[in-house]
Every structure is written in C-alpha cells, then in structure tokens.
Write a protein that binds this ligand. Structure first.
Ligand SMILES: NC(=O)c1ccc[n+]([C@@H]2O[C@H](COP(=O)([O-])OP(=O)(O)OC[C@H]3O[C@@H](n4cnc5c(N)ncnc54)[C@H](O)[C@@H]3O)[C@@H](O)[C@H]2O)c1
Length: 345
C-alpha cells in the first residue's frame, strides 16, 4: 500500500462514488479497484441498471460495494461516510441530457444542485473533505479560443451547463470558507468507448444524446440512418469537430486526480480531453472500419447552439497529474462496438 493510499478496513482506502453505477462511474470503479482503492457506490439507479453491479463483480472478482439511495439524502451520505470510513468522494451523480434540461429545467436544478448541496453538507459535517467532481467542457459555452485552456471564460448554453457552472462555484465557495477542502474539478470533453471486457459501457435509456451511441445503434441496424447536423461548419469536411476521449483514459484521469489530492496537491481544475478533434464523418468512417458494418448517414440542418469545433488543451492535467489520454479513435470505436454487439445477444 502506497502512502497516497492510506488503508481502510480492507487494507484499501475507501472511496465513495456517487452515481457509481452509471457510465463513467462504473469504469472509474474498476480503475480505482485496480489501483488499490476500495470503491463504494451510492446510486439511486435513476439512470442505470442494477445489473451493472454484477458485471463489476465479474471484472474485479470481488463483491461490489453499493448502497441504493440518493445523494440528496444528506443523512444517508453522512452515515455512509462514517460507517464505511470514506476518505474521499467522487461525485458523478446527476442528470446529463442537455436537451432534456432545456425541456425540464427544474428537474436538472433540483437533482444536480440539490445533490451537490447535500453532498458538500454531509462531507463538511463528517470532516471528509476530499472531492473529485464531474464537470464538463460545457462550462466553456461557445468557446472563445481553441484549444480550450482552463482559464477560458465560462458561460452556459443550457440549464444542464448552468448546473455544472454553479456546482463549480459551490465548490470554490466552500473552499474559500475552509482550508480543509481538497478538490479536483475535472472538465470532461466527450467520453466514449467501453471497458474492453464488453461487460460495461454506455447504455442510454431512450434516444442517445451523444454521437457514438447513435452511430453504434445505426451500425447495429437499430436505427436506419445517422443524422449529421450541419455540413457547412468551418472545419475540414464541414461537419462538427469534437474531442472524443476513451472512457478508460478518463477513468485513469480520475485515479491520477485522486492520488494527487491524497498526496497533498492543492485543489485544481483541469480539462480531461485528448487535445485532438475528430469530425462527425471521421467518426463514422472509423466506426465502419472497427465494426465492419455500414453506417448510413444523411445531412440535417444545424441544431441551434452547436459550435463548429471544440477540443481541449490537456497540458495542465499532464503537468499536474502526469496523466495523458492514450487511446485512439479506432480503439474508442472498437470498444464501443464490442459493447453494443454484446447488447444485441
Ligand atoms: N457522459 C458524458 O458525456 C459526460 C460529459 C461531461 C460530464 N459528465 C458528467 O459526469 C457525470 C457522470 O456521467 P455519466 O455519463 O456516467 O452519467 P450516467 O447517467 O450514466 O450516470 C449517473 C449516475 O448517477 C445516478 N444518479 C443520478 N441522480 C442521482 C442521485 N440524486 N442520487 C444518486 N444517484 C444518482 C444515476 O442513476 C446514474 O447511475 C454526470 O455528472 C455528468 O453530468 C458526463
């Protein structure tokens, strides 16, 4: 056991993962386990399947530790922190669908802000004040420069983005009030891919919000064609360019951020991206190659609010954490396809 990983009852440091049964939380669960930590999930399964817990057990070879409940239940969170001797928290729990947040803003403000408020209260009351937070590149709004550095101005284009921005501000405020907090705000770019086992991945309920699950469903024959929104952006092929990052790289980024906080690194905010953008049509071609299936597509008008290009400058994360995304677009597509194909059987 390293010094940065003080032992809990199992000989591993206990780390609470709110929303740990979801897409990003489940992959981070595995990465934490492999790095010598004991992850403990708190999830209300509002957007995940309890079957994920068995799959995590299959991957790690040990029973998955999970409490069913809401992060908005301050008493429950405080009790969990105490009983499980939690040393740090990773806060994934929240709603994430941009379009839905426009249609149902109060649902988003209630869950994302109420959850954060409750968690910060429970952590402060329990003197467990090491936190890794799932923020998003959405806090850059319509980016003013590329690549995007952490000091770019923040803004928002949806209630979802607004909740991320306010959560960042809530974290900054508690820190200002007490020097006991150690926090890592991680601004994700576009997480895609799945665990190479094919056992866990992104399983969106209803229509997916993101490109890769849609492409995968078209390749699987579950949808007739992909709509490519916009063909005249100022990009090499006219379609939107985004910074896709493999979920396994993202999970490693969480482990690196946690390790940095536990060894005394001051609080920080970093981008987690690759620094490289890929257009929609590049993704389609890469997916066809990885899956061996055609992905029919057709152009559709631009959606309001969509920007031409968005990609990170990941230099600060590399400098502070010694972390860098390694996996290629081909791997992202191959792992997504393995997961998607498994869903069909
Ligand atoms: N996936 C992305 O593209 C992306 C990009 C940027 C930021 N994020 C953020 O990362 C976090 C995780 O995203 P994800 O893709 O894993 O989403 P997800 O929906 O797969 O996982 C979120 C999990 O939180 C749970 N949850 C929701 N509200 C809860 C509550 N009140 N109490 C307990 N559990 C609750 C859900 O059941 C789900 O298991 C979210 O905060 C999201 O906003 C995601």
């Amino acid at each position: 056991m390293s010094e940065s990983n003080p032992a809990g009852a199992t000989g591993r440091a206990n780390i609470l993962l709110t929303g740990g049964a979801g897409y990003l939380g489940s992959h981070t669960y595995v990465a934490l386990w492999q790095a010598g930590f004991q992850p403990v999930i708190l999830d209300d399964f509002s957007n995940s399947d309890p079957a994920t817990l068995k799959r995590l057990q299959q991957i790690t070879g040990t029973p998955t530790r999970c409490e069913r409940g809401s992060v908005a239940d301050t008493g429950l969170v405080a009790e969990l922190i105490k009983l499980q001797r939690i040393q740090a928290v990773m806060h994934f729990a929240g709603f994430k669908a941009v379009g839905e947040s426009v249609a149902q803003p109060l649902k988003y403000y209630r869950n994302n802000l109420g959850g954060m408020l409750s968690l910060l209260q429970a952590m402060g009351d329990s003197a467990c004040q090491t936190l890794v937070f799932s923020s998003s590149a959405t806090v850059y709004g319509d980016p003013s420069q590329l690549p995007i550095t952490e000091d770019c101005p923040r803004s928002h284009t949806s209630p979802y983005g607004h909740t991320k921005l306010i959560c960042e501000d809530m974290i900054a405020a508690v820190q200002q009030a007490s020097g006991a907090w150690r926090t890592a705000v991680l601004r994700y770019f576009n997480p895609v891919g799945a665990h190479p086992s094919g056992l866990i991945g992104e399983a969106p309920l209803g229509t997916p919000n993101n490109l890769l699950p849609l492409v995968a469903q078209v390749a699987a024959g579950l949808r007739p064609a992909l709509k490519v929104y916009g063909q005249d952006f100022a990009t090499p092929d006219g379609t939107g360019v985004r910074d896709y990052i493999h979920v396994q790289d993202l999970a490693q980024g969480h482990v690196a951020a946690l390790a940095a906080l536990l060894r005394g690194q001051a609080s920080f905010t970093v981008n987690l991206g690759t620094g490289r953008g890929h257009s929609v049509l590049e993704v389609v071609r890469a997916f066809e190659l990885a899956s061996g299936r055609p992905v029919p597509w057709q152009f559709a008008p631009r959606r309001s609010g969509d920007v031409a290009s968005c990609y990170a400058d990941p230099g600060l994360a590399e400098h502070l954490l010694g972390w860098r995304a390694e996996r290629t677009l081909a791997q992202m597509c191959a792992d997504t396809w393995r997961w998607q194909a498994g869903l069909l059987t």
